[in-house]
Design a protein around this ligand. Sequence first.
Ligand code: HEM
Length: 496
Amino acid sequence: MTPEPHSPTDTDDTRLGPPPGCPAHGTGPGGLRRLYGPEAEDLGAVYEKLRAEHGAVAPALLHQDVPIWVVLGHGENLHMVSSPSQFCKDSRLWTSMRDGTVEPDHPLMPYFAWQPICAHAEGDEHLRLRGAVTGAMSTIDHRGIRRHINRATQHLVNQFCEDGNADLVAEFAEHLPMAVICEILGMPEEYGDRLVQAARDCLKGTETAIASHAYLMEVLSRLAVRRRAQPQEDFTSHLVTHPAGLTDDEVREHLRVVLLASYETTANLLANVLRMVLTEPGFRAQLNGGQMTVPEAVEQSLWDEPPFSTVFAYFAKQETELGGQRIRKGDGLLFAPAPGNVDPRVRPDLKANMMGNRSHLAFGGGTHECPGQDIGRAIADVGVDALLTRVPDIQLACEEDELRWRSSIGNRHLVELPVRFTPKAQQDVAEQPAVNPSLRQRPNDWQVSFVPTPPTVPAPAVPVDEPTAAPAAAPVPEPAHRPGLFRRILRWWHGE
Ligand code: HEM
């Protein structure tokens, strides 16, 4: 934030620090609370102290004592993400980045550093990039996806069902999203331990993270090149051929964003829902008794433990006010679903069941709202339901207080979820049609369950058969079994 005398985040101005005896005293420079290090082991508690001290928007310190506002209020978070004229995600505007307060080796630099991806873009460029992503997503057959999620769940359960015990984090939650996303992207053959391990590495920043990232990018580049040469009926082909005309780099970067964003969040969501079902007796009873559905349990988890606790970051485009705080042009703000979802103004009773209410902040909001939320929800809904159906007597195999979490400012996830159950025989996972018609033979009753909506970007200024837009002009193979409706939609989609 801009250092100036009356800025509450002015780290040089100790006059603004709390008086001696104040609970905030002795934290970081200026008496500001740190969101990292030993003082922040329980970030939930830190957010509540900040709320009590400052209200809905609080000044705090990131690693290396970089000042940041944390948006704690539900309404204030929504206002920020829905006001693109006041706040944007372009870190090049951030005063702390421009004046060198954020050093190049800052541990959060991978999140801060501006990249040419929809998650950082604004205005027309955001429309163009996001339009290609949502356009490609709109071609996904959601019924086919649900069938694939069910099949992938059966396959994973087969790996451990005869043992009578499992770790649902390592053997289930960290695998199912990868199996599904590989299918959606059009690379089911790449799904396997190696890819799961590589994604884990990248996200956990282990010693092998750089090599794992290189491996992931190599896999995604190969896929993009193959689909550029010969588009098929999958997300990647639709991304490549979208009229927005993404470059090879843009295609690769967006495949990476989609793969990593969907993997980490959905793995967290699955683990959280399963933990909730296994440890909170009320949930299990309500599910068994039919008073609660799995989708409602998923929504409850999205309120209580949003997979992204905070998202880096929004930046003020002009001087403004938020939650009673004066925000300067160039200030950085953390979008914070975790404290926003427990704002006492919207949830006076945290134990109250939210009954499937979807107005939580787990998927963000405004122009950057998560475009993959239906897929994330479907993986959790179908995966949890199918798992509980296969092993209905599943129980936690340790004391609840033995469960361990790994926390960072961006998320908090279970390290393991050990369970036991009566050993079961494997179940036949019949090879059935999958999401990509070109990769699996579809039966005759296959039908389009999701009609694409028009792209959110305007039609390209150049005709699709211009050399610069060559991918869009590439002929789309039409498998003989594709029914007429789908062919008509494809023709419309390509402007024929
Ligand atoms: C439970 C699962 C998921 C959660 C909780 C989640 C959450 C989020 C959040 C909080 C954002 C940022 C919103 C903001 O910056 O204001 C986001 C953005 C995004 N998510 Fe998800 N997500 C999930 C699953 C997925 C899946 C399955 C996909 C793709 C298949 C996906 C693709 C994306 C993309 C591309 C963006 C960037 C959008 C933009 O900036 O315009 N997400 N997600």
